[in-house]
Design a protein around this ligand. Structure first.
Ligand SMILES: [Zn+2]
Length: 252
């Protein structure tokens, strides 16, 4: 995950930056919400930072880009508009990602990541001559994050609940290690059964005015879980679950 960076900035409120969503400046027309629901998908990290390093020595950003590239057409087929914050070769700031959703007045923002644990619970391994990391004990599952500082916390939590219920129904338990202080960060769990954490300072969530959730698809520093997310049929099942969850959320 490696979300330790919180970018403090009041940029969006200052001259020279974009006006906050819903507030029109004299030179900007008021943007109305799109007729069709618009889902903003955000592949976590940038090519330069890469996020976590998997057991196979693959950087997290590649997993995030691939999952979003497969999720986007599935959501479009269900009848919704999709905007991806950045293409695989592009970089974008954390606040910039939230601004995409705010400026488009999106219906939903979903940031996609792949997980790891604290370094003290990883062992360093060599993979084709490259340094890679592996969990000391089996650690698997998805998890979901919401921020109380998000512009619409209630709907963000509803979206996380819909996502958690559908992902849980696939038979894969949520990853709860982040609640602990050994392999995690003592992160508060809002719903242990569905793997929903509260993480107020996550920049992509707290700077978002629209309902926003961060999804950790699986733990890529775990041998079994990296193998799970690397199988196309498993991703297809998870993507179908996310489409069902979006359907429930958008009709609620
Ligand atoms: Zn990440």
């Amino acid at each position: 995950m490696r979300h330790g960076i919180w970018v403090a900035s009041a940029c969006i409120w200052l001259a020279g930056c974009s006006a906050p969503a819903g507030i029109a400046t004299p030179t900007q027309p008021v943007q109305t919400r799109p007729v069709q629901p618009l889902i903003v998908l955000d592949p976590g990290h940038n090519p330069s930072d890469g996020g976590a390093t998997s057991v196979l020595g693959t950087r997290e950003v590649g997993y995030n880009d691939r999952f979003v590239a497969e999720l986007a057409p599935a959501l479009q087929q269900a009848g919704w508009q999709v905007k991806i914050t950045r293409q695989p070769e592009e970089s974008m700031s954390l606040i910039g990602r939230a601004q995409v959703a705010n400026e488009l007045r999106a219906t939903v923002f979903l940031s996609v990541h792949h997980d790891s644990v604290q370094l003290r619970c990883l062992r360093q391994v060599q993979q084709n001559g490259r340094v890679a990391f592996q969990t000391l004990k089996p650690t698997s599952g998805y998890s979901l994050y919401v921020s109380k500082e998000n512009g619409n916390f209630a709907r963000s939590l509803q979206l996380a609940t819909d996502l958690g219920e559908q992902l849980r129904a696939l038979g894969r338990a949520p990853m709860l290690e982040h609640a602990g202080k050994t392999c995690g960060e003592g992160r508060p769990l809002l719903n242990p059964g569905l793997g929903i954490y509260r993480y107020d300072h996550l920049a992509v969530l707290r700077h978002n005015q629209v309902p926003a959730v961060l999804l950790e698809v699986g733990v890529i520093t775990d041998v079994q879980d990296e193998a799970y997310v690397d199988v196309a049929a498993n991703r297809k099942k998870m993507i179908a679950a996310i489409v069902r969850a979006m359907g429930e959320f958008l009709h609620s």
